[in-house]
Structures are given as structure tokens and as C-alpha cells.
Design a protein around this ligand. Structure first.
Ligand code: MN
Length: 644
């Protein structure tokens, strides 16, 4: 109850404790009988005139009669007056008298119902909840407002007219109090809205602050220790914990999450466990199976950076989601992708909208370029480590921090990720040992990686959730199907690689550079099977590996097409990003772009200048020093951006 207005009977003195004038209560429309008392005075409106008196409303649901004997004048519907509650009859009817004093003070009464925590809701009860609006969806029937309090999230259905937006002034992020009957709906609970009040001022601020504290506390990830002991991983654990907290908080606040990941083995080993953990956590918070499906989307990116095409599609999808489903714009999680300067234009595009972004990657980062555009950036290079710590290894720990229940299902994943990215980390032995304890030996892990890569190739821009989960055996319900799929896909992959090598090896040209390095080149457009598996990036890698195995280092391999070249090297101190910059300046009209890692990458150019570009490229490679420690094996995933 708040005393916030002075007497409105001509006396404009500020209200104070010393005011001795009688009080007339002004009830908020949603007040109930709990808010009224005998002998108290109320502001009223006439809602009906009958022979024996007038019916009046003092709130939406509180009406009563003023008997004719108490009236000294006539009234019409809509007239205002002040009344005194005289009696509550046995049958519940209210009887009022007219309150005739001309000097009084008005006290506004807000209905202050007892609130129920969302997690305490039960079907069949009437309840009030207060929280933040996280989603507003107009259905063909009611308007669904999703409301989050400090304990959970619940859907509330307000019906105005079929397909018509109820409470049109309520917006996303508003603080509201909703009252109504709690009913089961599609396997979870829903409140059938009888009253909805937008809180403002101090009430809203207080609720907002309360929610904020509670979200932060609930979002704190559980304390888990990493799957293996590994000193190099330790400094990254706190960074991952911060991202886990961000993601959990994002779930609590009802914001959708979009995962973009590099479409290779490591990228999938990173994203699949995180997706599964988020789905579990969402199910827990929402108590609703559908919510996870709507709130988490995972999409592969063909390039090892965030392409303008991808970001534009993502933005478009997000904006449609906002207008069609009343959903907030998503939180973007970039995995095995997103750390480099090449990602900057995409992030700048996103910066026009409210899309928080976190990156977990192990490609060589450009923190000064990307960090100002990111909310979080986890990368082993930021802790003087390198790509040996693959994104899959990091994200398995992240997934466990989001929802520890996934732990048993992902023990083999870091080993698959490490083998797929050819990590030379000492910890690989521990990861492979761990995978062995759940039934995967070294060869099987390799097959699993090949099968994943093969599936990723054919899935192209689709997430292929069920297939990928079955291949990786994460969130897969049928072990024998998993085994058969891996057998099938990995043997197809092996067969296709064999076929590609048979076609291409005879066409490799060989030169000896001045530095002594072997240079192998092949025109893939002419001699390779195109638009099938393996794509030019992987084909070049396989050819390169074969030559290294047969002839030893130092070796450089260039697989080129009409307007691109894939570069792989071992034992040569290349700096591909720098070569690209120089070529772009030196070959006028060559239109050279690209990059990747230092010793493995790809470049693009205009078709008519291919010869000039490749000649300059080879000259630069001949100038590069030899260095036996530099191997493209460990960073093979950078080469796959030429995908057809
Ligand atoms: Mn990777």
C-alpha cells in the first residue's frame, strides 16, 4: 500500500503523517478481496442502476451494492463517487454506503499478491509469479509471454481474441507480475493469464536487481576437474569457466544460442558436446523438451573464418526469429573458428545489433583485431600455448561445465579431436588411453575422425545433427548403429581418398627449389575428381603426406585450380599470410587473397593471372629458409577452405 497522492478534494497540501483527514483508498484494477477491509472508504464507479440502488466497482473484480436508502441523489452508469464498505453478507455480497465528506486523502492500493517461485508451480493451483519477459510469441490463439524468475522459466498464455496480441504494451525484458491458473500444457506447465501487471519504478528495479544476482549465482558453473591432468590446459580452464557462465546465464535469461563451428573433425568434436550440454541444461531450466530445439542451433562453416555469407544468413535468421517468434537476438558461440583478422568484417556486421559473441579457437589469433568485438575469447595462443590444444579438447571441458551429466558420453571425444587435427601434444597419450577405457583403440579413433570428416563433407551447410551425433556417439541412443555408420563412412572415405590418389599422383610435377626443398605441384582442375570427396584442400593434404612419407622433408605441395591454390609444407619456414600480402602488392591485377596458418593455407586469385601468381609464389617459396620443426601436419585443418 502506498500513499502517493494528496487529497484530491481541493486541498493540495502534500501528504504527510500528520494528515488527519479521512482516507479513501484507490484500489488498483487487479486488487482482490484480500485487499479490502470493513469500514474503509473506496473510490468507486457506478456500473449499474436498479430500482433498489446502484451497483458499483471498486476494482475489476470487486463490486457491490449501495442500497437506495443510502442514496440522496440519482446516479448514472460511469459516475464516480466515494463509498464506505458497510458489510460483507453471508453470501459474499458487498454492501456499501456513500461516503460524503468533501475533504479526504487518497491512498493508492497496489494489489500485492503473494508470489510463487516458478520452480514451485504445480498444476491446478492459482499463482502469481514475477519476472522478466524473455519471449513474446503471438499464436493463432493466445499471446505467449515467457517469464523468467530466479528459479526458472514458465510460459504464460494471455488471451485477448484469437490471434490478437494481448497486453500490446508489454515488451521483451520488461518486468511483469502475472497471475492465473497453472495448468499442464504439452508436458510442461503454463499459466493461463488472468492478470498481468507491468512493474515500473522501484518495484521493477528491485526485481531486476534480484534477478541479476540470482542469475549470476545460478549460472556459476559446477566445479569439475579436467578429464586428464595436463599443465598446459590449466590456464585455459578459468577462461572456459567464464564462457560456461556466460552460456548458462544466456539460457537462464531465455536468449537463444547459435553455434558456428569449423566444418571439420575438430570443429564437430568441439560443437557437438557443447550443443548436447546446452540442450540438457535448457531442459533442466525450462522443464520443456521443445525449448532446447528452439534455443540452440549449430551450423558448420566451410571456411576457417566467419564468412560474410554466413554472418549475413545468421543475422537474417536472428532478425526473423525476433519478429516471428518474439525471440531475443542470439548469443553467438564461435568454435574452432573466429580468432583471426579475417573474422573482423563479420563481427563488424554483427555489431549493428545486440549479438553477444564468444570465441573458442586454436587457430593463430589476432587478439588486437578481434577482442574489441568479442565478449569472450579463449585461445591457447593467448596463454603461450598453441594449436596442440585443439578446440575439441577445450570444448569437452566447456560442455562438462555447462552440464556435467554429459561427462560419461564424451570421454573419447578429445582423442578424436586431437587425431583429426593431428595434435602432437604429449597429452594425446592420456586422451587416447581415456578413450580406450570406453572402448576405442587408436585405429578406431582415426576411423571415427575420417567418418566425421566424410559426413561433414556431404552435409555441407547442414548441421546434420542426428547423423553427426550417431557418428561421434555423443547423445546417440544406438551403439550398434554408431558402429555400423563409422565402418561404412570411414571405409567410403578411405576408398574415395584412394581413388583420388590413384588419379592424381601420376600427374604430380616435381621441382627442386634453390633452398633444396622438394616442390610438388598439380592442377587439380585437370587431374583430380572434382565436386566429390576429398575436396581440393584435403586432396592436396593427402598428396603432400604421401610425398613426405616416401621422400622425406623438406617438401612443399601446391594443389591449384583455375582461381585458387592450396599450400602444404613440411620443414620450410613459410609465412603464408605474409606471402599473400606481398603477392597482392606485386602481382598487379592478380586479385590475391587468402591466408591460413603460417605453413599451411590457401590463396585465391583471378583466373587470368594464375600463371603470374603461381610463378611469384614459387619464387617466394624458394627464398624461404628450411626448418625441420615446422610441419603442416599439426595444422592440417587450415587448408580445407577450398571445398569443391
Ligand atoms: Mn581445429
Amino acid at each position: 500500500m502506498t500513499t502517493d497522492s494528496a487529497g484530491d478534494s481541493g486541498d493540495s497540501r502534500p501528504n504527510s503523517g500528520a494528515d488527519s483527514r479521512p482516507i479513501v483508498y484507490d484500489l488498483a484494477p487487479n486488487c482482490t478481496r484480500e485487499d479490502i477491509e470493513h469500514d474503509a472508504n473506496y473510490h468507486a464507479v457506478v456500473n449499474g442502476v436498479v430500482e433498489y440502488g446502484i451497483f458499483i466497482d471498486i476494482a475489476d473484480d470487486i463490486s457491490g451494492l449501495v442500497h437506495d436508502s443510502n442514496l440522496d441523489r440519482s446516479y448514472e452508469v460511469g459516475d464516480r463517487l466515494t463509498v464506505t464498505l458497510e458489510s460483507v453478507r453471508d453470501n459474499g455480497d458487498l454492501a456499501f454506503d456513500v461516503f460524503n465528506e468533501s475533504s479526504y486523502q487518497t491512498v493508492v492500493v497496489e494489489h500485492d499478491p503473494e508470489l510463487t517461485a516458478i520452480e514451485e508451480l504445480e498444476p491446478g493451483i492459482d499463482a502469481y509469479v514475477a519476472g522478466k519477459v524473455t519471449k513474446i510469441k503471438q499464436t493463432g490463439g493466445p499471446t505467449i509471454f515467457r517469464v523468467a524468475d530466479e528459479t526458472g522459466i514458465v510460459a504464460t498464455a494471455a488471451f485477448q481474441e484469437a490471434g490478437v496480441r494481448a497486453f500490446p504494451t508489454v515488451e521483451l525484458d520488461d518486468i511483469v507480475r502475472v497471475g492465473g491458473a497453472v495448468e499442464p500444457h504439452n508436458g510442461s506447465l503454463q499459466i493461463e493469464v488472468e492478470s498481468l501487471t507491468q512493474l515500473d519504478g522501484a518495484d521493477a528495479e528491485e526485481t531486476r536487481a534480484r534477478l541479476d544476482t540470482a542469475f549470476t549465482r545460478r549460472a556459476a558453473p559446477p566445479d569439475i576437474s579436467p578429464l586428464i591432468e595436463w599443465d598446459a590446459l590449466e590456464p585455459l580452464i578459468d577462461d572456459l569457466r567464464d564462457v560456461a557462465q556466460l552460456l548458462r546465464r544466456t539460457v537462464l535469461e531465455g536468449r537463444p544460442i547459435r553455434i558456428r563451428h569449423h566444418a571439420d573433425g575438430d570443429g564437430m568434436c568441439a560443437s557437438v558436446p557443447v550443443q548436447l550440454a546446452l540442450e540438457r541444461y535448457i531442459r533442466d531450466v525450462y522443464d520443456d523438451d521443445d525449448a532446447a530445439r528452439h534455443l540452440v542451433k549449430r551450423l558448420p562453416s566451410k571456411a576457417p573464418f566467419y564468412e560474410m555469407e554466413d554472418v549475413t544468413r545468421d543475422l537474417n535468421f536472428a532478425l526473423e526469429g525476433r519478429s516471428r517468434h518474439g525471440q531475443r537476438l542470439p548469443f553467438l558461440l564461435m568454435l574452432d573458428n573466429g580468432s583471426t583478422e579475417e573474422d573482423v568484417p563479420a563481427y563488424e556486421n554483427l555489431a549493428h545489433y545486440d549479438v553477444p559473441t564468444a570465441v573458442i579457437d586454436h587457430h593463430h589469433p589476432d587478439p588486437s583485431a578481434v577482442d574489441p568485438l568479442l565478449d569472450a575469447h579463449v585461445n591457447p595462443y593467448l596463454h603461450d600455448e598453441d594449436y596442440r590444444i585443439t578446440t575439441g579438447m577445450l570444448c569437452v571441458e566447456l560442455a562438462r561445465m555447462i552440464d556435467p551429466s554429459v561427462t560419461d558420453e564424451i570421454q573419447h571425444v578429445p582423442a578424436v579431436a586431437g587425431l583429426a587435427d593431428r595434435s602432437k601434444a604429449d597429452a594425446m597419450a592420456s586422451y587416447i588411453e581415456l578413450a580406450t577405457t570406453v572402448g576405442y583403440d587408436h585405429d578406431r579413433l582415426l576411423e571415427l575422425g575420417e567418418a566425421l570428416d566424410y559426413a561433414a563433407h556431404w552435409l555441407r551447410y547442414s548441421d546434420g545433427q542426428s547423423i553427426v551425433n550417431d557418428v561421434l556417439n555423443v547423445g546417440c541412443s544406438d551403439e550398434s548403429r554408431h558402429a555400423e555408420l563409422v565402418d561404412f563412412l570411414s571405409s567410403r572415405a578411405e576408398r574415395d581418398v584412394e581413388r583420388q590418389l590413384n588419379a592424381t599422383v601420376p600427374h604430380l610435377t616435381h621441382d627442386r627449389l634453390e633452398s633444396g626443398a622438394h616442390l610438388y605441384q598439380i592442377d587439380l582442375d585437370e587431374w583430380a575428381h572434382r565436386f566429390t570427396y576429398p575436396a581440393p584442400g584435403k586432396t592436396t593434404g593427402k598428396l603432400h603426406d604421401r610425398q613426405v612419407k616416401e621422400h622425406g622433408e623438406p617438401v612443399i605441395t601446391i594443389g591449384y585450380g583455375p582461381d585458387f591454390a592450396v599450400l602444404r609444407s613440411d620443414g620450410v619456414r613459410l609465412d603464408i599470410p605474409r606471402m599473400v600480402t606481398e603477392l597482392n602488392e606485386e602481382v598487379i591485377g592478380g586479385g590475391v587473397s587468402g591466408g591460413g596458418h603460417l605453413v599451411v593455407g590457401s590463396i585465391k586469385f583471378v583466373e587470368g593471372m594464375r600463371e603470374a601468381v603461381l610463378d611469384s609464389l614459387v619464387t617466394k617459396m624458394g627464398d624461404a629458409e628450411l626448418d625441420a620443426t615446422l610441419s603442416s601436419h599439426a595444422v592440417a585443418d587450415g587448408a580445407s577452405q577450398i571445398d569443391n
